[in-house]
Design a protein around this ligand. Structure first.
Ligand code: LLP
Length: 415
């Protein structure tokens, strides 16, 4: 496609950003994040799954909007604290807990969402009276890829429903305080699975034989990556969970807080990755446009076969004439054949229809705010790319480009 507008980010702003900060770069739009938060306000608590995009400036934006926070590692706990979240606004979710993380959650009094009996036992023994959630695996899951399906018998996540009595035994024996039940069955959940998971939550709450104050619907709300993808109806999503919550309230005889824990839904559409074409190459099968970003930057296409819309602008900011449209394969600079962005789930190259590319053109990868920069690596010794946030028309550098000195410093003074 030719230039696809990035909502409130003008083409001029985009060019300014590339001139100022170079390519590749990540550019986020604060207005879109706020719009997405607004869509979920009916839930009592919106808890941001920061793994989607954990830059502290994005976390601060969330905090300013009254959003709570999920952390899945000691690093994410530290990020939440660095963004001035209070310990009571943080939940630590995992299936295991190591020594340093256990010490941190106990010292700070951060609630723990436990996905295994061993984790629960460890917290209970070390900190009787600690607030805990139980993350249950309802026995089925769903995901845009097998790799993002977090429910069912092949998933390592959550407590199997039949383990809930054993979990309660640990809770009672060690004096843990049970806050609530949590279910997250995967990313890219459809309404049929949603209705099943709501039913499973009601059943689990009824058979629990213990009081709870809250339930969490997990995350997994999808966003449209392709033109034909439907937009999630947040009202419908809420009404299904609200009905489940009401049934649980009727069973328990008191009010129950309803939480939602999205990552992608809040930030996915807010982000674009800008890259520059440095080479154009024709093989008998494909016309390749080779850009300066690789799967070390944006991993989703190579890892899951995910689609991201790609659009092109000329280096002077103009659109290319649409009568020159061709099928191109877009690939990166890594020394690895799989470093191609236009692939299906089997790694087969699929062309994208774009204006005939020229060296110096910019290629924009859309809807990469979630699991874009957050999944980047230093493969091929490529430094992490900068992140820029636009808010009220202003460009703000929220992470500078990593340098080779940053990387080499880790290897100095070793023995
Ligand atoms: N809560 C829990 C316990 C999770 O494990 C996850 C995602 C979320 C919430 C947020 O899910 P979301 O709303 O963002 O779908 N790297 C993959 C996604 C992996 C998600 C892992 N857990 C991707 O690029 O699509």
């Amino acid at each position: 496609m030719t230039y696809r507008p990035v909502n409130s980010i003008s083409r001029q702003k985009l060019l300014d950003a590339t001139r100022q900060f170079g390519t590749p770069l990540w550019l986020y739009d604060a207005d879109i994040i706020r719009r997405q938060i607004a869509g979920l306000r009916q839930f009592d608590v919106i808890r941001y799954a920061q793994k989607a995009c954990s830059n502290t400036h994005i976390l601060k934006l969330m905090r300013d909007e009254g959003v709570a926070i999920d952390a899945v590692s000691l690093g994410e706990l530290e990020r939440a604290l660095a963004a001035d979240f209070k310990p009571e606004q943080i939940v630590f979710t995992a299936d295991l807990i190591d020594g340093p993380t256990l010490a941190a959650v106990i010292e700070l009094g951060i609630a723990v969402n436990a996905g295994s009996l061993d984790m629960l036992e460890r917290v209970g023994r070390a900190a009787p009276g600690h607030n805990v959630w139980l993350r249950a695996n309802p026995g089925f899951g769903q995901g845009h890829s097998n790799k993002t399906n977090t429910g069912g018998e092949h998933s390592k996540h959550g407590l199997w429903l039949s383990d809930l009595p054993a979990a309660l035994e640990i809770v009672r024996r060690t004096g843990l305080k049970l806050v609530g039940l949590h279910m997250h069955i995967g990313s890219g959940v459809d309404y049929a699975h949603l209705s099943r998971v709501c039913g499973a939550m009601v059943d689990a709450a009824k058979m629990l034989d213990h009081d709870i104050r809250a339930v969490s619907a997990g995350g997994g709300l999808s966003i449209p990556y392709e033109e034909t993808d439907p937009e999630i109806d947040a009202n419908h999503y809420f009404s299904m969970w609200d009905a489940a919550r009401r049934e649980i309230e009727a069973h328990l005889g008191h009010a129950v807080t309803l939480e939602i824990e999205p990552g992608r839904y809040l930030v996915g559409q807010a982000g674009v990755m800008v890259s520059e074409i440095h080479a154009v190459k024709q093989t008998p099968s494909h016309l390749f446009a080779l850009v300066d970003a690789g799967f070390n930057d944006l991993m989703r296409p190579a890892f899951y076969g995910c689609h991201h819309d790609i659009s092109l602008i000329r280096s002077d900011g103009s659109s290319a004439p649409v009568d020159e449209m061709v099928e191109i394969a877009v690939a990166g600079p890594l020394c690895e054949a799989g470093d191609v962005f236009t692939v299906d789930a089997h790694g087969t190259i699929r062309g994208h229809t774009l204006p005939r590319p020229r060296v110096g053109d910019l290629l924009l990868f859309h809807d990469v705010g979630a699991y874009g920069a957050a999944m980047s690596s230093n493969y091929n010794s490529r430094p992490l790319s900068p992140e820029i946030l636009t808010d009220g028309g202003e460009l703000k550098l929220i992470r500078r480009r990593q340098t080779m000195s940053d990387l080499l410093a880790l290897e100095l003074h070793t023995v």
